[in-house]
Write a protein of this length. Structure first.
Length: 238
């Protein structure tokens, strides 16, 4: 009996160990116009394409904006999509993938034909609204006649529709998503107040992945896949 048990043990130890495929945890602190639980947001789909081409299994996680950065910086998650340049100054464990994944146009919207803007100071004579926590608007638009801060994009555009604000400050590529939901539209004012490229940041333990990821993102743009994903996730009939 002992001999049989020994044979069984030796057989078990001789079996090959199948290592689990590592899963890359990429998080997002972006609104539902870009990432959502159903997986049909722009960031959901562009991330899926990037990691498919890298042959890496992906887990996409949605978190509040600040927490998503904290998790990526501490290594709870492996990376964050997507942020402007310079995040490593505050979050030293993050490294930027140098190829951008999106260009954000910080844009003003109005329902009135006589509203004209040209730069941040031109907002000063208007009552404006923006989503609470958008740092560029918190800093740059503080001199407006009156500032109303909305909890989210839906509330922001309802403020505009009701006439409580003259101008809603938002981001141009995402605005059609909300107008589609709310069944109305507003005029984007030109020029945009700011234009910023946004990037994926990886925890420094994945530094070796950065050149490969930058190359894949560039290829996705060049072969037309990027535009196809953009069109099906961020283009709506209004």
């Amino acid at each position: 009996m002992k001999a049989l048990s020994l044979v069984v043990l030796l057989t078990l130890f001789s079996l090959p160990v199948l290592a689990e495929t590592p899963v890359f945890r990429l998080n997002s602190g972006s609104p539902e116009s870009l990432s959502n639980e159903t997986g049909d947001g722009f960031y959901n789909q562009i991330s899926a394409e990037i990691f498919k081409r890298l042959d890496i299994k992906l887990s996409f996680i949605r978190l509040p904006s600040k927490r998503s950065l904290m998790h990526a910086n501490t290594g709870i998650d492996d990376g964050n999509i997507s942020r402007i340049k310079g995040m490593e100054k505050k979050w030293p464990n993050l490294i930027r993938v140098p190829e951008s994944v999106m260009i954000w146009e910080f844009t003003a919207y109005s329902l009135a034909n006589d509203v004209k803007i040209n730069g941040w100071k031109s907002l000063n004579k208007y009552t404006i609204g923006h989503v609470r926590g958008w740092q560029i608007y918190e800093k740059k638009a503080a001199g407006a006649k009156k500032v109303i801060k909305a909890k989210d994009a839906r509330q922001l555009f309802e403020l505009l529709r009701s006439g409580r604000i003259d101008i809603a400050l938002f981001e141009r590529a995402q605005a059609p998503y909300w107008f589609n939901k709310l069944k109305y539209t507003a005029k984007p004012l030109s020029p945009p107040l700011a234009v910023k490229p946004l990037y994926i940041y990886l925890n420094k333990k994945h530094a070796n992945l950065i050149p490969k990821m930058a190359k894949v993102i560039s290829e996705i743009k060049q072969d037309g896949t990027y535009q196809k994903i953009f069109n099906r996730t961020l283009t709506f009939k209004q």
